[in-house]
Design a protein around this ligand. Sequence first.
Ligand SMILES: Nc1ncnc2c1ncn2[C@@H]1O[C@H](COP(=O)(O)OP(=O)(O)O)[C@@H](O)[C@H]1O
Ligand SMILES: N[C@@H](CCC(=O)OP(=O)(O)O)C(=O)O
Length: 379
Amino acid sequence: MTTAARQDVVEARRVVVKVGSSSLTTAAGGLDADRVDALVDVLVKAREDREIVLVSSGAIAAGLAPLGLPRRPRDLARQQAAASVGQGLLVARYTASFARYGIRVGQVLLTSDDVSRRAHYRNAYRTLDQLLAMGALPVVNENDTVATDEIRFGDNDRLAALVAHLVRADLLVLLSDVDGLYDGDPRTPGTSLIAEVTGPRDLEGVSIGSAGKAGVGTGGMVTKVEAAAIATGAGVPVVLTSAVHAADALAGRPTGTHFHRTGKRSADRLLWLAHASAPRGILRLDAGAVRAVTQRHSSLLPAGLTGVEGDFAAGDPVDLVDESGVAVARGLVNYDARELPRLLGRSTRELAAELGAAYEREVVHRDDLVLLRRQGLTG
Ligand SMILES: Nc1ncnc2c1ncn2[C@@H]1O[C@H](COP(=O)(O)OP(=O)(O)O)[C@@H](O)[C@H]1O
Ligand SMILES: N[C@@H](CCC(=O)OP(=O)(O)O)C(=O)O
């Protein structure tokens, strides 16, 4: 690890630590109390001179054995039932383990829908910030029991990257069952650890595979590298290592893979809109509207709309696509899908005169728009 990279870690005052299901469960299924305690011991030590937010997976995995499920189910309903049972057990375990040190735990369950909207985003930030100010340790997970396929992250690696951005963290530590990113699937002999990733070039030729043998995790290495791309693109460096090396990672000792920041920090909720929300519909734009939105950062007006697809309501995320069908931006739309067809290509003045002042509003306001540049490491 270069001195600059190490400095990033040592100087980090607010750190998001994400731990995967495979690092918290036993081979037989169910939570491994010893591994939870070992992680908590490390976090308590790290917390002496910095703030820690924990993003913990494991709800589904923890719910399997109590519900008599032999393996992680594929259907959403049974995953949600398992998460419902498991999340309670998971937080009870953390509560008991942190209580050994007199530290309170605050459970925070998020869906992407909760945080893409401005008021919700501010509220989530305030809650997490307040928990930290009051000396409690936030334990974040996806709100699995209510998340439908459309509003689901599905993996906590991306959630952790977005939480790191949300709480304005200085560092994201991803803990898994593997001690870093390898240049091929580490189950294949002859692969070696990549100690540093400074940008997308360092990943050329690297084979990034799916989840490991334990079969309780979701995304494997792919989602971790994607999460690292989101976080580093938003100015947050990332250390990826195994849970057993958590103490080294938090102390700035060389371990695992260090992803350098590639972008600048910004306090912009639109990162959630770009990376966490699935679009509910499509707005087709003419060339002039594409230029206005992407180059002049203007709001999208009805005059530049050529088509509408999907069944969305006002406030939902939609993709703005150009004439060749490429999504150029994502935004929160101000109209229901059924209102839009009669507005296509019309000027706001004309619409206001004909339909009333309410129809003068933008289709998507510039403050609710994010350009879809492929970020950081993967693109
Ligand atoms: N290039 C790679 N480098 C490291 N691990 C990889 C790679 N390709 C695939 N993997 C697999 O990804 C697994 C980690 O993903 P996962 O099981 O989802 O972890 P977690 O539960 O911690 O989120 C590792 O155990 C490893 O077998
Ligand atoms: N919210 C899910 C997270 C699933 C998930 O991302 O798992 P992992 O790949 O182990 O981080 C749960 O708690 O089971």
